[in-house]
Structures are given as C-alpha cells and as structure tokens.
Design a protein around this ligand. Structure first.
Ligand code: MD6
Ligand code: FE
Length: 216
C-alpha cells in the first residue's frame, strides 16, 4: 500500500546522498556475467595482490578495461597492462559496459564512461577491510558495483574512518551505485559466510566499474 505513494521505486534503496542500492538490477545478466568472468580470468588470472604494508589480500582480483587497479609494495595505482602477464588488461565486454552505464543512469548519473572494471573474488572467510576508493583521477564520476554469487554484508560509513557503519545485505544480481557527496565514504565487506550458490559455487564475485583515468 505505502509503496504506491513512495517517491522511490521498491527496487532502489537510497543509502546516502548520491548512493543507492539497485536491488536485482543485474539479475537478467548474471549468468552471462559469470561466464564472461570465466573467460576474462583465463586471460588475466585472479591473484592475491600484496598491500603496501606487505600483506597478501584475502580477496583475489583481476581487471578488464583500459585501466586496471593494482596493489603492490609500492602502493595502489591503475595500469594499462597486467603486471603478471605484461599484456594489456582484457577489453571490457560490451555487456559489462552497457550494464554499468544503465545502472549509473538508474541511480541518477548520466554520461558515466567507465574505463576500469575491477573483478573481485571472495571465498568464505574473505573480507575487504574498511577503505576509501581514492586512486582515481577525479571523483566526479560515480562507482557502480555489481554483486554475483554468494551474498555478503556491505559496510558503509562516512568520510571519516571512525564514522558509524550501516550494514547492507548484497545478493546475486544486486548493484550498488555511489558518487556525489558520498563518493569518498569508507566502506568494506564483512567476512563472507560459507555457502553454495547454484551458479557461482562457493564464491562471491564483485565487479566494480570506475572512471579511473583523466577524461579525454
Ligand atoms: C565489493 N566493493 O563489493 C567491494 N567500492 O566486493 C567495493 O569496495 C566498492 O562496492 C566502491 C564502491 C562500491 C563498492
Ligand atoms: Fe571500494
């Protein structure tokens, strides 16, 4: 009843100014996305990157698109080539680009031109500590984040590390979009629970689309 009068459609939940979860937005594409991840990771394998502090990350990562996010002892940056193979990161599949642009638009961001897609893979127990996404050239473009496979708890804070966290359940096909005044908010993923997903097995995958390089 109340939904009839709500300003927000039921599939979109605002998180903060500029940030929203689009429930099940990617569900129709989910199987194709998983198949594409398989193909992409045959070219640019998943690997556990090392943090500047010398720790191996619990989440395995790879990239597609013109810019790929990498972590090493020397810091975080975007590169055109995969340091593991020396080859350019695989091209971003058209399906990825179309989905990311549509999700950004559904959250109020027109003209999103992502050049980077970070692909994260979580096994049960893996977590992503609280962090800010701040390695991009500018912060005016939003971030589009697609969840696939096992569900996870997404922790969402504020501009300061100590700001209180809200917790959100992200399931297969859910998409989070954020930007604007929440673009630099701290966030993380709580340790993944054990489980089995019919299409993804014992994994959670996350695609994070960003505009990393300076726009031409
Ligand atoms: C993940 N996501 O969901 C990790 N960052 O596996 C992120 O770190 C993230 O979901 C910026 C914006 C959205 C995100
Ligand atoms: Fe992040």
């Amino acid at each position: 009843m109340l939904d009839l009068f709500a300003e927000e459609p039921a599939w979109r939940e605002p998180l903060a100014d500029g940030a929203a979860i689009l429930w099940r937005f990617a569900i129709r594409d989910a199987s194709a996305l998983l198949a594409a991840i398989e193909t992409l990771s045959a070219q640019a394998p998943f690997r556990h990157m090392v943090t500047p502090g010398g720790y191996s990350m619990a989440v395995a990562m790879t990239n597609c698109g013109a810019s790929g996010w990498v972590s090493s002892r020397s810091g975080y940056c975007y590169t055109a080539c995969d340091p593991l193979t020396g080859a350019p990161w695989p091209k971003m599949p058209p399906l990825f680009l179309t989905l990311a642009v549509a999700a950004a638009r559904a959250a109020g961001y027109e003209n999103f031109h992502p050049d980077a897609c970070l692909i994260n893979r979580y096994s049960p127990g893996a977590k992503l500590s609280l962090h800010q996404d701040k390695d991009e050239y500018h912060f005016d473009a939003p971030i589009v984040s697609v969840s696939l496979g096992l569900p996870a708890i997404f922790q969402f804070g504020g501009l300061r590390r100590a700001d209180p966290l809200s917790r959100h359940y992200l399931d297969h096909g859910d998409v989070a979009v954020w930007g604007g005044s929440s673009r630099l908010f701290y966030h993380g993923i709580a340790p993944l629970k054990n489980g089995h997903h019919p299409e993804a097995g014992a994994w959670r995958y996350n695609l994070t689309f960003r505009r990393a390089a300076k726009e031409e």
